[in-house]
Design a protein around this ligand. Structure first.
Ligand SMILES: Nc1ncnc2c1ncn2[C@@H]1O[C@H](COP(=O)(O)OP(=O)(O)OP(=O)(O)O)[C@@H](O)[C@H]1O
Length: 653
């Protein structure tokens, strides 16, 4: 009721404004007043007829997303980080294109119906011409960050909302997108939103700079700041230049410097631009030589426009950097190298794998299901001196217990009823000269563990029914997703066998923990395309959802999800809507890991654990490190206390 009364009063104020009475606007901020005047004068919006929220069709939304595809991709990390900060305060996040169409969104699924009604949703249109005065639309019009709080909105439908938006400009200074945080409810006082403007501005600037660095990654870029300590970390000025010092593009701070320079020294022609040596009062050689001039790869220059000192570093084109670093990197081993790019845990695994590939030492590969243990075992085999020999993979969990002995060790004719009349060469012997890969080793029955131990110790195998052992030359690689320490403690696995198998351990990280998820997604996708001889584009919104998903089934689940999308997508591109439901994230592809758990946890220990998990963004590995226990132990404790992460359904499936 209160809202309806407020809406009526609001409408009356605006109707009076449309009739030329401006007396009621004395407390109104100038920027809002200008926008209201545009709404009634220019757009002819009728304040007496609030308009329903407009949400675009999937097809129309797709077109808008396409037009900012590259930006969406670059912005993702910033969008996720900002949302992680504002979600606990009850805010949602919108990224719109320059026309005010919401092309990316983060919000809580539990609030979806209310958010959709309010227009805080993927595809919602916040163009000032349609929605009236609002943070996004007015921000685009004014090209400046703005808070639009409650009754500052033009349309009476929106007056319970509070919204703060900041523009994101392209390297030419044109607004290409708007970053917005909004809440359905907020305190009445405008000051309650004071935190929002600097926060959204900061992230908009970071996204803008990330986009600049991405667009000009193949150019020389000067990065500068007035504080030496901040240049590498967050140098605010960016200017892309050519080798002769001419300016290609600049970010907001860089453009500001150029403008001041031009005001002081007006050019002889309107198209003439100052060069970098002119801007920094330097020789081009000094600028190009920055990296070797000092230990911290920074040099001080005088900015001619302001006479201020400024500290500058040089970012080299990515291609040139790659070439420079190539000679020092170790000799390529394609079978191993293609498994990862720049993930620290994978680097450690692959570094050790390189050393082990030609050794006879037994290797135990651990990691959650689907992390690629068999793929790594095969790569180890393919890259080592046994590559020409066979690679025999045995899944100990998949073979019935009654058959596993005969399968592994083989048997002579007539060794047991039901066997083949000619007998059978066991898998151990089939791996002669090559590698025997025993997957799910934790599931091997105890009696067989003793026999396997003998094979490893004596390097010979005794087929069923034989009275003489046969020598074997095999390398054994095993894998498990189980906690071997627990199996040993429970008497299910022989400790002596474990130590023999665990000559070295390679621990594969879960896909959700990998910093090179983008590379993994791309390579799995490319492999599927090659298999199917198809050419299909993976659109940025799909990539964004894939990057944000928790992947309880790891690379296997990823592969299945992409295969599903390829099989069901209508066109020659995959969008977020073509992915299996669980990977589409919360509304607008929000990473599930950011959604709050809604479970009631009663025990003290459970609550402490839940608080710790929440504080780390449900990073189980980090919590395990903080508590000094293993990850499986954290999962077990979560299960015991009923601590349910947002993505638990997948984790337990
Ligand atoms: N780096 C990779 N590139 C492409 N596909 C991969 C990669 N790693 C794993 N896969 C694919 O993911 C699936 C699971 O891999 P794999 O069988 O090696 O995992 P696993 O850890 O051994 O699984 P499990 O624990 O269930 O035995 C396979 O289809 C494999 O082809």
């Amino acid at each position: 009721m209160a809202l309806l009364t407020e809406q009526r009063q609001h409408i009356e104020t605006l109707v009076r404004l449309s009739e030329g009475h401006t007396a009621d606007l004395s407390g109104c901020r100038e920027v809002i007043r200008r926008s209201w005047e545009r709404c009634v004068g220019e757009y002819r919006l009728d304040p007496g007829r609030p308009r329903p929220v407009r949400v675009l069709t999937q097809q129309a939304l797709k077109e808008h997303q396409d037009s900012v595809d590259e930006l969406l991709h670059v912005a993702r990390a910033g969008v996720d980080q900002l949302y992680a900060q504002i979600a606990p305060l009850g805010y949602v996040l919108l990224l719109t294109d320059r026309r005010g169409i919401t092309v990316d969104f983060r919000g809580q699924t539990t609030q979806a119906p209310a958010l959709r009604r309010a227009g805080l949703y993927l595809g919602a249109d916040w163009d000032e011409r349609y929605a009236g005065t609002c943070a996004v639309g007015t921000c685009v019009h004014e090209a400046q960050a703005i808070t639009c709080h409650q009754r500052e909105h033009f349309d009476a439908t929106h007056i319970s909302l509070t919204c703060t938006a900041a523009p994101i400009s392209d390297p030419q200074g044109q607004v290409i997108a708007v970053l917005d945080i909004s809440a359905l409810q907020s305190p009445r006082a405008h000051e309650s939103q004071n935190f929002g403007l600097p926060l959204v501005n900061l992230y908009a600037r970071m996204i803008e700079d990330a986009y600049f660095l991405h667009r000009y990654r193949d150019c020389l870029i000067l990065r500068f700041d007035s504080a030496r300590e901040f240049v590498h970390l967050n140098g605010r000025g960016l200017i892309a230049i050519q080798e002769d010092g001419s300016v290609i593009a600049a970010n907001g701070v860089g453009r500001g410097m150029i403008d001041t320079h031009l005001r002081r020294w007006p050019p002889w022609s309107s198209s003439a631009m100052p060069t970098a040596p002119q801007l920094f009062d330097a020789k081009i050689g000094d600028l190009l030589g920055i990296l070797s001039a000092s230990d911290d790869q920074i040099r001080a220059f005088r900015v001619r426009a302001s006479d201020a000192t400024c500290f500058v570093t040089l970012i080299e084109p990515r291609r040139r950097l790659a070439m420079r670093h190539a000679p020092s990197s170790p000799a390529p081993i394609p079978a191993l190298d293609r498994l990862a790019t720049d993930d620290p845990a994978m680097h450690r695994v692959l570094k050790l794998a390189r050393r082990l590939r030609n050794e006879e030492v037994s290797v135990l590969i651990s990691g959650e299901t689907g992390t690629g243990k068999e793929v790594l075992a095969r790569a180890l085999h393919d890259s080592g001196k046994r590559a020409k020999g066979p690679f025999v993979a045995v899944n100990c969990a998949a073979i019935p217990e009654s058959l596993i002995e005969s399968e592994l060790f083989g048997y002579l004719p007539g060794a047991f009823t039901g066997g083949r009349s000619k007998g059978m060469r066991g898998l151990i012997q089939q791996a002669e000269g090559g590698t025997l890969f025993l997957d799910e080793i934790g599931d091997m029955p105890l009696p067989l563990q003793s026999r396997l131990l003998r094979v490893l110790a004596e390097r010979e195998v005794m087929p069923l029914g034989a009275d003489k052992a046969v020598p074997v030359d095999i390398r054994v690689v095993t894998a498990t997703h189980r906690e071997m320490g627990e199996l040993i403690a429970a008497g299910h696995f022989r400790e002596d066998l474990y130590y023999r198998l665990n000559g070295a351990q390679l621990r594969l990280p879960a896909l959700r923990e990998r910093a090179d998820r983008h590379y993994v997604i791309r390579s799995v996708f490319d492999a599927l395309l090659a298999e199917r001889e198809r050419d299909v584009r993976l659109r940025a919104d799909a990539m964004s959802a894939l990057l944000g998903y928790a992947w309880p089934g790891n690379i296997r689940q990823l592969k299945n999800a992409l295969a599903f999308a390829l099989a069901t997508a209508d066109e020659d591109e995959i969008t977020v809507h073509d992915l299996p439901d669980e990977c589409q994230g919360a509304i607008g592809g929000a990473p599930k890991t950011f959604l709050p758990a809604l479970q009631a946890v009663t025990s003290d220990e459970g609550q402490r654990l839940q608080a710790l998990l929440k504080a780390t963004g449900w990073n189980v590995s980090l919590v395990a490190r903080q508590l000094g226990v293993s990850r499986p132990t954290v999962y077990r404790r979560m299960r015991r206390h009923g601590v349910v992460p947002p993505n638990w359904q997948e984790l337990t499936s």
